[in-house]
Design a protein around this ligand. Sequence first.
Ligand code: ADP
Ligand code: MG
Length: 303
Amino acid sequence: METQIDEPPGDATVPASLKADSLSEALPDIKKFHGKTIVIKYGGNAMTDVRLQEAFAHDVVLLKLIGMNPVVVHGGGPQIDEALKKLGKKGEFIQGMRVTDQETMEVVEWVLGGEVQQDIVGLINAAGGQAVGLTGRDGGLIRARKLKLQDLKDPSKFHDVGQVGEIESINPAVVKALQDDAFIPVISPIGFGEENESYNINADLVAGKWAESRGAEKLVLLTNPPGVLDKEGTLLTGLTARTIDDLFADGTISGGMLPKLSSALEAARSGVNSVHIIDGRVPHSLLLEILTSQGVGTMIKSH
Ligand code: ADP
Ligand code: MG
């Protein structure tokens, strides 16, 4: 890695002994997570600030260099909305899923698979890592089919949300090969169907399914609220399947938090050891979550 000589050597207000303590505190986690897959959803809403983006990229590179296998799945809601606006279109959502007509699908493909993915790849590379961007089409990574969205209140009713997909299968071969070669995969949540048609898949679902199917140690979903909030707006630091059911039932969870929390719970139930929804607006929230005892969001457990 390049040495930066034009920057001051860290924050001089933090005593050296404290810095040493923090590094030392990380040792058990570094050992525990060595060689383990850590799936990180980098959310549309958590990636709107350049400084935070750079800090995120540094964290991912650091995790890779100390021996973990980070896999980044990215979103891009705000970026897609912006592109749609330029075309005079407005994003529409049903139960947190973007209604995706053909024109919207084209926008989703070029915004996610082009701009957003390449921005993240560039940031990770600038931080000293080697990132490779992939969509679900590359190496046959994500096979998808059209999602029939079940109504939350009336299970006999289904919504047509256009070219929104659900994952049929994942073929991890290309990602495995990249990881073995010290690359960091950055995956755009676009799947492809039997006739090579494209599907827009909610990135939280891709991250969750990826973590499940790869037996990941951790799933970390970075977002822009501080985590899951209760009706009063207070952070819920720990949730289990039962409390989550209650939150769904009483309407505490809505919009983009619906697929996020379902996906997190599903991953926890399928054996992903630790699942967290954290505040991507806190600088280095990823490192804080993985390498310190300081929680920065909501931990989801199956029971
Ligand atoms: P991301 O880009 O991170 O996926 P989303 O907009 O899809 O972000 O999902 C996060 C949003 O979910 C929050 O900004 C908030 O508006 C909404 N939300 C709904 N219910 C809750 C809740 N109980 N706690 C936190 N956020 C919630
Ligand atoms: Mg979302």
